[in-house]
Structure formats: C-alpha cells, structure tokens
Write a protein that binds this ligand. Structure first.
Ligand SMILES: *Cc1c(COP(=O)(O)O)cnc(C)c1O
Length: 314
C-alpha cells in the first residue's frame, strides 16, 4: 500500500494525468473492418514527460525519493525523449541531473538540449566510442567511483526496475485485448507489457524501430524471467510475444517520404499526432499487417501511443 501512496504523490507532484484514455481507432487501410483496433493515449499523460518514459521512470523515481541520491546520471542522444523526461522530473523533484549526450551539440543545441539546460541539467558531451561503453560494468563502476552516492539509469530508462511502472499500462485497461502492440527501441516498454500480460490471454507484438532483430530479442529477454523469454525465430501462435523487424525503414530516425506521408494522413484522419521515429512506424506496420490479413479475423488490438512528440520539434 505504501508504494501506491508514494507513486500517487509523485504523480500529483508532477501533474501526470492518469489513467490515459483508451479509444477506438479507425485505420484508413484495406481490411480495417476485419479487426478491432484501439489506441491507448500515453501521448496525453503530460505536456512534457513523454508517455512511456514516465511509465519506465516512475518506480525508479519513487525509489530515488526514498533516499535522494547526490545525482541522477543517464545517457542519450541529442533528441532523447528519455533524457528530456528525466531532466524535467529531476528539476521538479530537485535532484541534480547529469546527462551524457552522444555527440557534441554545444554550438548547435537541439530543442531538447535547450530545455534540459534551462532545467538545470549538467551536460557532458561524449564521443561515439565512449558512448558505446554506456552499459559496460567497468564503465559504470568508474562513474560510480567518480560520482559517489549517484543513481545511474540506463539509456532509455530500460532496466528491471522499469517493468513495474510499465505494468501500470496493463492494469489501467478497461477491457481485455487479444494483442497489445508497441514500438521497440531499448526494450523496457515491451518487456513490461509482456510481464504484465503474462497470465492473460493477450499476446504482445513489438515493432522494431531500429535494425538488429536478434539484438532486440536479447535486450528484451534480459529483463524477463526464464519462463517468459522467447527465441528470436519463434513465431506463430505458440509465441506469446514477438518483434517484427520489417518496418524500421532502414534504421532509427530514418524518415522516408512514404512514412512521413503515412503520418500526415493518419493525423488528418484520426486527429492524433504521430512522430515518424516510433509511433509512425507502429501504426504504419499495423496498417500494412492488417491489409495483408496477418491478424486472425476479429482480433482485438490495442496499440500503445508512446508519445515522443517533443523529439520532432524544429
Ligand atoms: C523510447 C521510446 C520508445 C521505445 O521504448 P523502449 O522501451 O526504449 O523500447 C517508443 N516510443 C517513444 C515515443 C519513445 O520515446
């Protein structure tokens, strides 16, 4: 019960709007009437904190408030939704925040970096080689030695402790679904969805937004207990969850005209904003799969809108 109260007070402090709305969606594609598709609007839970980043951070921020660390440290690119959300939370919660940013944007600040600078974040620019070490135990212990009593949060906020917060998405649902679909990058979101729906008649479909099919399975499996792990070549009805890697459009942050046109059409048709890096690929993939009759007739699908709209500001 105490956990619940602490999370509730954190939600109040940060003005997070929960539960997020769950709406019927009419996709503008062939065979759309063969399935039933709903959307969970985690893009609406906060004006700044990006949907799934709050879900992943909620539990770890609760722990941080119990005995405040000297610093919270994390890693991301120059447009990172995770760094943006975390810097905002740290500013409100008055916890010093250090962001290791891949590349050097000092002369060319992105809107994301301008925001976190304004919120008092300390920024360290790191080159590709150093950034690649971000999850290595020896590098983490070096940071721990350099910054005693700090809390280090992995890239994207994806870690074991994130799963509990992500499960709140499933706990909020107002009805059962056959399938929950979400984009996959650092894997914590889909791992949380898999974990929370394990004892339900619900499977989970991840849409890879970057290349590296087996690598993404490894990322997700590392957060899951043995009985929930799935091999990267396991497909069909037996697989409780899978990742589809056909819709990454050549890699993270690639924005081909076809994808941008899809996002525009989706926005006009549904009056819901999309960005092409995560949610655009999710809904593009679902449309294509529905057109091909990939899902059994009458499948009830929930697509998770993970937010991320700050990342595409000019
Ligand atoms: C980070 C992010 C994702 C990917 O979630 P992971 O847990 O890293 O797999 C999806 N959508 C948005 C908007 C994100 O910012």
């Amino acid at each position: 019960m105490t956990k619940c109260t602490e999370i509730d007070s954190l939600i109040r402090t940060l003005s997070i709007q929960l539960p997020s709305p769950e709406q019927r969606l009419n996709l503008d594609c062939k065979n759309a009437n063969q399935v039933e598709i709903w959307i969970k609007r985690d893009d609406l839970i906060h004006a700044v904190i990006s949907g799934n980043k709050w879900r992943k951070l909620s539990n770890i921020l609760r722990i941080a408030l119990q005995s405040p660390p000297a610093k919270i440290i994390s890693f991301g690119g120059g447009y990172s939704n995770h760094i943006h959300a975390l810097a905002y939370c740290c500013n409100v919660l008055k916890i010093p925040f250090l962001a290791y940013i891949r590349g050097n944007y000092a002369q060319n600040m992105t809107p994301m970096l301008t925001d976190i600078h304004r919120w008092g974040a300390q920024i360290e620019w790191v080159d590709k080689v150093t950034y690649a070490k971000r999850a290595e135990p020896s590098y983490i212990s070096q940071l721990n030695a350099q910054y005693p009593n700090s809390m280090i949060i992995p890239e994207g906020g994806s870690q074991q402790a994130a799963l509990q917060g992500v499960s709140s998405i499933v706990n909020e649902l107002i009805q059962p679904y056959d399938l929950i679909a979400a984009p996959v990058a650092s894997g914590g979101t889909i791992a949380g969805l898999i974990h929370a729906s394990h004892n339900m008649d619900t499977s989970v479909l991840g849409i890879a937004v970057l290349k590296g099919h087996d690598y993404l399975y490894d990322l997700v499996n590392q957060f899951l207990p043995a009985k929930m792990k799935t091999a990267s070549d396991e497909t069909g009805a037996s697989a409780k969850w899978q990742i589809n890697s056909e819709f990454h459009f050549g890699g993270y942050a690639k924005k081909p005209a076809e994808l941008l046109a899809f996002c525009n059409n989706f926005q006009q048709h549904n009056k819901i904003e999309l960005e092409p890096i995560y949610s655009g690929k999710l809904f593009f993939a679902l449309s294509q799969l529905i057109e091909k009759n990939y899902f059994p007739k009458y499948t009830k699908i929930l697509a998770l809108h993970t937010g991320g709209l700050q990342g595409i500001r000019p």
